[in-house]
Design a protein around this ligand. Structure first.
Ligand code: WT7
Length: 637
């Protein structure tokens, strides 16, 4: 395993960082040479950020599923690739060796092909955390189809929007999914999503929960039946298709500060190299270790650190179907003990929710296999950092605080476990190959110790290439705020040594339990309720979720005397249009919203009130109606 490009000392880190800036092409071509290519690239990098146009390893041909599977078969074919732990601890788990995973991916690639899926087709995947999800991803990649996974918490309407945006022609789903004490009727939700759809041709349905489902002739087929046909045909191999380096590998929808979610497009070669390089270096993975990333594959973290990063590195990746608190709050620790987990990668919101149960669930659990802890998704507060390090890591494990985004494909700023120092609540240093800068509001680059907006000034292989179907939106969202820079949307602080602390979004994007939710999208959903006149949504500090959703609503419907009933109806409307994950935590009914004379909502004031401030709200003199502020304060929840 110990790859030539796995940094193993602080001196090597510094060397790599210098080389990556001085000669990025040499730096990246050396790393790329460790992968399996069907044809070597002609040029390492061609780019401009105005367009933007970013091309890595052009002329190169490869297939990522071959790099994740075939190339390991000779050396570690019988070693575990995927360990799977079911939602219910009483249900036996599963182990898939590299040989078995390869076999199953080839089988399912045949299923896709037999059902008409071809290179470049968009395949939507809406399925729970079962090994078949990873198999589906890799089989899509093997035949060159573009996968688009949708998290199980999104509603039929949200799915319908994404299907339409991507003009998806295929869906892979299951009868249902288990999560904690609940099961979710995935296929029924897909049926609703397909009501007004006219692009989807086939739906492949996996049996998981045995929930009754409708199976529409000509459209819906069972995963298991289709596999039987491949078995009957003698299980032929499925040679991986030759893809161009820049062919899209997947689309993943994410929310921004305006409009509908956008489909972030990732490339084949650049993404693969980024997922692999960051996995090996940040977690310092060593052969034989068990890596447990607790994220859902519906998010980028699962794509990069359950599937593509670990498998491309020949690692053993543990996948868990359930949630940290069911059947009890000891579930994670039980899994760590049972599978002798070495690397645990989870989210601050999970840590905080477990902290609330104190250390009792940890008692009697043997966590001595743990060597590295990781955090991702939002700023980790110092209290949670220390609890995680002390109670879980027994003060023996380096803790990596990894900052990155759906758009970056993989980790960008983080300490490297045991190689570069960790510091509570600081993501610390950029990885070699990441050229970060801090700018002020005017776009001026700040030197040395600074506080401002976080930007990136040079391409990295894993960066997004476009937003699906709307390249102008990609330019507008990420490359127009500051010329020649990629703007992250995050604010940060940098100390004199060049360490970064991420302070959170500076745009109108909320981060609720590590889930990204756009306020504009949320307001649209709230406003869709027949009695709502107008609304404004802001985030407020929440002990477990990091940020909670606070909605100010002008309501003019019936039943206005039954406020709680109306709140529930508004929540239900949001659930229908986006999904349960976007339901507001607090809804305050207001007679008006604080607007400037030009009609702009002053969110700064709304944020302060939601945070519980009653004074020091800042300048309110530009408000159209300054007296409104007192009314809002009085009604604050
Ligand atoms: C946003 C990206 C990264 C994969 C999961 C979320 C915030 C993420 C950290 C961190 C502080 C973080 C940022 C970023 N964020 N990791 N370690 N420290 N903030 O991906 O949904 O694309 O969200 O999450 O605000 O912009 P995402």
């Amino acid at each position: 395993m110990h790859q030539a490009y796995q940094i193993s000392s602080y001196a090597q880190y510094q060397e790599a960082r210098q080389k990556s800036v001085e000669n990025p092409e040499l730096f990246w071509s050396e790393i790329a040479s460790h992968f399996q290519w069907k044809r070597k690239w002609d040029t390492v990098l061609d780019w401009n950020f105005q367009e933007p146009s970013v091309k890595w390893f052009e002329g190169g041909k490869l297939n990522i599923s071959e790099n994740c599977l075939d190339r390991h078969l000779e050396t570690r074919g019988n070693e575990p690739a995927l360990l799977w732990e079911a939602n219910d601890p009483k249900e036996p788990g599963r182990v898939l060796s590299y040989n078995e995973l390869h076999f199953k991916v080839c089988q399912f690639a045949h299923v896709l092909h037999a059902n008409g899926v071809r290179k470049g087709d968009r395949v939507c995947i809406y399925i729970g955390m079962v090994p078949e999800l990873a198999i589906a991803l890799l089989a899509c990649a093997r035949i060159g189809a573009i996968h688009s996974v949708i998290f199980g918490g999104f509603s039929a309407r949200a799915i319908a929007d994404r299907l339409e945006d991507a003009s998806a022609t295929f869906i892979i789903t299951a009868d249902g999914a288990f999560r904690g004490a609940k099961d979710f009727p995935l296929k029924a939700i897909i049926d609703d999503a397909l009501e007004a759809n006219n692009t989807v041709q086939k739906v492949i349905v996996l049996e998981r929960t045995k929930t009754p489902v409708s199976m529409i002739a000509g459209r819906d087929v069972w995963w298991e039946d289709e596999i039987s046909k491949v078995v009957a045909a003698g299980n032929p191999d499925f040679p991986a298709l030759e893809m161009d380096s820049e062919d899209p590998l997947f689309i993943l929808y994410t929310s921004g500060s305006t409009g509908k979610p956008k489909g972030v497009v990732h490339s084949t070669a650049g993404y693969m190299i980024w997922a692999n390089y960051t996995f090996l270096n940040v977690f310092q993975y060593k052969a034989g270790q068990v890596h447990f990333c607790t994220a859902d594959i519906g998010w980028i973290t699962g794509h990069s650190y359950i599937v593509y990063g670990p498998l491309s590195a020949g690692a053993c990746s543990l996948m868990f179907e359930g949630i940290p608190t069911w059947p009890d709050a000891g579930r994670f620790w039980e899994i760590c003990e049972k599978h002798s987990v070495n690397i645990l990668y989870t989210a601050p919101t999970a840590i905080r929710s477990l902290m609330a149960f104190d250390t009792k669930p940890l008692e009697g659990k043997n966590l001595s296999s743990l060597q590295v802890l990781g955090s991702v998704g939002e700023p980790i507060n110092e209290e949670a950092w220390h609890w995680y390090s002390r109670e879980v890591g027994k003060d023996l494990c380096p803790l990596v605080d990894t900052w990155w985004q759906t758009e970056t494909g993989g980790i960008m700023i983080s300490n490297l476990a045991g190689i570069t120092p960790s510091r509570p609540a600081w993501a610390t240093l950029p990885l070699p190959g990441v050229q970060v800068c801090v700018v002020n509001e005017q776009g001026k680059e700040l030197e040395g110790e600074a506080s401002g907006n976080l930007c990136i000034k040079f391409p990295w292989p894993g960066m997004l290439r476009s937003t699906w179907g709307d390249h102008a939106r990609c330019r507008q969202t990420y490359f127009s705020a500051y010329p020649d820079l990629y703007f992250t949307g995050d604010g940060c602080i940098r100390d004199a040594e060049g360490n970064y602390r991420i302070t959170g979004r500076v745009d109108d994007v909320l981060n609720v339990s590590g889930h990204r939710i756009g306020t504009a999208e949320l307001e649209n959903a709230i406003n869709a309720h027949s009695g709502v006149v107008e609304s404004a949504v802001v985030g407020y500090p929440h002990d477990i979720k990091g940020q909670g959703i606070y909605a100010y609503v002008i309501y003019n419907g019936n039943h206005s005397d039954e406020e709680d009933r109306v709140r529930k109806d508004i929540s239900m409307t949001v659930s229908k249009l986006i999904g349960a994950i976007a339901r507001p935590d607090k809804i305050q009914f207001v007679p008006g919203l604080p607007k400037t004379r030009s009609g702009k909502i002053m969110r700064r004031i709304l944020r302060k009130i939601a945070e519980g401030y009653t004074s020091n709200l800042g300048d309110t003199s530009t408000l159209l109606d300054p007296t409104l502020v007192d009314v809002l304060k009085e009604g604050a929840l």
